[in-house]
Design a protein around this ligand. Sequence first.
Ligand code: GLN
Ligand code: ZN
Length: 767
Amino acid sequence: MALSHSLGFPRIGRDRELKKALEAHWQGTLDETGLRAVGQRLRAEHWQLQKDAGIELLPVGDFAWYDQVLGHSLALGVIPERFRPAAGKPGLDTLFAMARGAVGNQSGHSCCGGAHAQELTKWFDTNYHYLVPEFAVDQQFALSWGQLFEEVDEAHALGHAVKPVLIGPLTYLWLGKTKGSDFNKLELLERLLPVYGEILQRLAAQGVEWVQIDEPILALDLPQDWKNAFERAYNLLQREPGKKLIATYFGGLGDNLGLAANLPVDGLHIDLVRAPEQYPTILDRLPAYKVLSLGVVNGRNVWRCDLDKALELLRHAHERLGERLWVAPSCSLLHSPVDLEREDQLDAELKSWLAFAVQKCREVALLGQALETPQAAEVQAALAQSRAVQAARAASKRIHKAEVQARLAAIRPRHAQRQSPFATRSAKQRAHLQLPPLPTTSIGSFPQTAAIRLARQAFKAGKLSAAEYAEAMHSEIRHAVEVQENLGLDVLVHGEAERNDMVEYFAEQLDGYAFTRFGWVQSYGSRCVKPAVIVGDLSRPRAMTVDWIRYAQGLTAKPMKGMLTGPVTMLMWSFPREDVPREVQARQLALAIRDEVLDLEAAGVKIIQIDEAAFREGLPLRRAAWRGYLDWATEAFRLTASGVRDETQIHTHMCYSEFNDVIESIAAMDADVITIETSRSDMQLLEAFERFAYPNEIGPGVYDIHSPRVPDSAEMAGLLRKAATRIPVERLWVNPDCGLKTRAWPETEAALVNMVAAARQLRAELA
Ligand code: GLN
Ligand code: ZN
């Protein structure tokens, strides 16, 4: 029997019940008992859904109140001093304090004497964020949180066969950061392993047969000492009771394949969606006693699995492995929306192409079944349906569009090349724009007030006519322009009042995108995102922003920046197609946005910003793949930006500060001006510019918009002086470090007053 299992299920609920319960609890309208009851109901429901779908071993330990890494930190007693309860065991309040900062402090910033939250960071290359464990040099580990054991009992009481899921010791250490002093985290391993031993013993005592130990870092480039540590750790853990399945995902094992295959455990899971090339190599490396779990159903996307294709591979593996073959999704289904059945308003054709977590479990189970009883009517019917869907999709007019294909075929290198080199453009732009030295600007958005959101809702609900809605937005634009004029900013923005989200706003206006109503995926804590789905070839039927920007430009004599989202960011924050490479989708987006750039220019807009907030996060996990990505990502941006005249100034914006790795590629994007985040790192970012002389203009953010704190002008002037030591003043801009949509107007104006004052002071000093 090829066993069907799942590595993890979304915990948020198909109606985001967990989100709602958490937020009610934080607001004080749902007590802890009520919150726990919601969690218990969701777990029971999710096990049942998976079981009904045909999954034979159900995951436990995939439920988390905020984040599974945080839950694991509590289990191991990795609780920073500032959160440790004075007496007794940590509770849910400890967990939420670690996640969100101590009470009275919603923003996570240290204030009011409250302890600041642990750092949030992206989980590998997903859009899920985990809470970074903090390790002290004298870190002790002790079993401190019984959630996993309680949930195993809970599942057993419901009559389920379960497989607890643990984050492996090496992955856990890798994900954390050292606090206080800098030391090698591997030194903690010897102290950590006994607690894993204890956990395995308790699970065995509960009657658990298999435990899944997630070690996704085996898909990364690992230093030699970490590779050695894997052997050491699992040689020790093999003495503990229970069968162990090591789960790897998000990439191929590559040079770690031999290591992973030979660890002294009972099974290995690999991700064949992201790294199909691992098969069949893995068969020759796997010891004859081991179970091999093959992840053939994509846990990271929303497309239905091509069952024939998956089955062909599984049949081959089944011949070699027999009972030792297990079938699974590629990774935890945490990264997939919950239940397609909930989409009652999606059109039937599109719906037939998709599969969410529940449907993916069904696919896994069917594949397992197809190996055992290929002739079963149910199996035959499912295969026939899958075949029909694949064929219909391939033939659908929604997918391949001749115009888009023709445009792609007509792309020539010159289309990704500005007319003149930067030096020439720069001189023309100076003459054209007549800006003062150290020009001041902002990143695009102004506060998204309740009034703006209400107007948008009313418009979508049909309660506001198009004309009334346009007037509501125009009045916001007038306000934004007036404020900026009064502040004395040099390059203005219209404020983005009409945008709900920087990707969705454009996706809604492009052909080739589709939207779900309930396709939510957890991003962190109670926060979820609902990415748009790229369905077919992408194109722009009509101008998307020109009317708004033209209106805004008409209100002022100062230059008004056009504001667009770039192709890489559009792609990274959507569910992409699986039938064409990502770079092709990026190129299609580039052509669509390029048209918008040209329309803006034709409408008299002199400066156009193309945001690439997700450019760096697209970097592949393995270094060997970086070059390929950076090449196509850079090319997509250049294709978007390069149709304009020399006089038209192209800006881009990126909101993060780890540039060292990619600075050359960012320079190769050849934007005339780049605005970036630096203020939180006190201009540390500029170290990247020491090694590499960035050739174009730069606006290093002079204040942190993520905080309500308003720095004074002396502080900002100080940062500017620092920046001026690395970047020639003629190429320096003055701006905040990101958009202001999450801030309120009073603090926004106060900060910008100080920013403009700082710029004026610097100009005076330099004159
Ligand atoms: N122009 C966008 C804004 O100001 C940029 C946002 C971002 O980079 N995340 O909101
Ligand atoms: Zn930003």
